[in-house]
Design a binder for this molecule. Structure first.
Ligand code: NDP
Length: 270
């Protein structure tokens, strides 16, 4: 049997998801057709409905459709509810379900791929867009000592903190991008899109707690971003600078496990 999955977005030609899912399908011996579907303005809901009505198994959703996906779903995980955005859709009990695997993908990448500790660490998130909204809850669940958000528009960082305030005892603060923080950080995560535009971030070097131990992660992948260059310029070794490829692969694998849990479980018991 050939299963059908796809990624929806606009633009979509650059997406690396088909290759990642082809490797996952090969690992579990599944016959998978995984397409990239360009979503013209206003067509998201009808594309999703047609896809599942014709027997599609699962959809990934990327920019700019993640909020639309969350709004369309009938059943949403807490990660979707918190982020207001979804990257994974599937049908279950005749209802459209949505999850957001970005945050758990990031946690997996940081802890399992790069072997970083998050508990009791001081973590700075740079950016307050959809990517940040998707990762705040899983980061809080990792029980850091502090989780602060720096953003060009500081009101957006404040809004994200206000939305999570009642969910966690972890202290959170909002700062402007160029603010001198009260503390240095053990982990600095860039969740802005500046890696794509090559724009420099006016970050204070005081964000780096210790050049020997602080690690930096840029969610943008496949290039040395201005943020990673900034970190290296301020003394962070190459070995503690990571890009978003590990998060991309981990969030994809989590989606794959949601869509194919029965087949994967059957393959493991063969
Ligand atoms: P959004 O458009 O929602 O948010 C963009 C963020 O970048 C905002 O915080 C914005 O600040 C900031 N920003 C943009 N340009 C500048 C600039 N010139 N100077 C300072 N800040 C700037 O994007 P997303 O949050 O959805 O995505 C962010 C990035 O994360 C994307 O590049 C995406 O590719 C990547 N990503 C990677 C994933 C992975 O698996 N590796 C998963 C998800 C996202 P402001 O609020 O002030 O406008």
């Amino acid at each position: 049997m050939t299963f059908r999955c796809a990624v929806l977005g606009n633009p979509i030609a650059h997406s690396k998801s088909p290759g990642i899912h082809a490797r996952l399908a090969a690992r579990y011996g599944l016959d998978l057709q995984y397409d990239k579907i360009l979503v013209p303005d206003g067509d998201f809901a009808s594309i999703v409905q047609t896809f599942f009505a014709s027997g599609g198994r699962g959809l990934n959703v990327t920019v700019p459709c993640k909020q639309l996906a969350a709004a369309l779903a009938e059943v949403k995980t807490p990660y979707v509810q918190c982020a207001g955005a979804a990257n994974t859709l599937w049908m279950e009990n005749a209802q459209l379900h949505a999850d957001n695997t970005d945050g758990r993908g990031l946690i997996h990448a940081l802890t399992q791929v790069h072997h970083l500790t998050l508990a009791k660490q001081r973590i700075a998130l740079i950016g307050a867009g959809g990517a940040t909204r998707g990762v705040v809850l899983p980061l809080l669940e990792s029980l850091p000592q502090q989780l602060d958000i720096f953003n060009r528009s500081v009101d957006k960082a404040q809004a994200i903190i206000a939305a999570h305030d009642s969910l966690s005892a972890v202290p959170m603060r909002a700062y402007a991008l160029d603010a001198a923080p009260n503390t240095g950080y053990d982990l600095i995560i860039n969740a802005t899109s500046t890696g794509l535009s090559n724009a420099e971030l006016p970050l204070a070097p005081a964000l780096i707690a210790d050049t020997q131990t602080t690690a930096v992660y840029d969610m943008v992948y496949g290039r040395e971003t201005p943020f990673l260059r900034w970190a290296k310029r301020h003394g962070i070794a190459e070995a503690r600078c990571f890009d978003g490829k590990s998060m991309l692969e981990a969030q994809a694998e989590l989606s794959f496990h949601i869509w194919f849990k029965q087949e994967i479980s059957a393959a493991r018991h063969e």
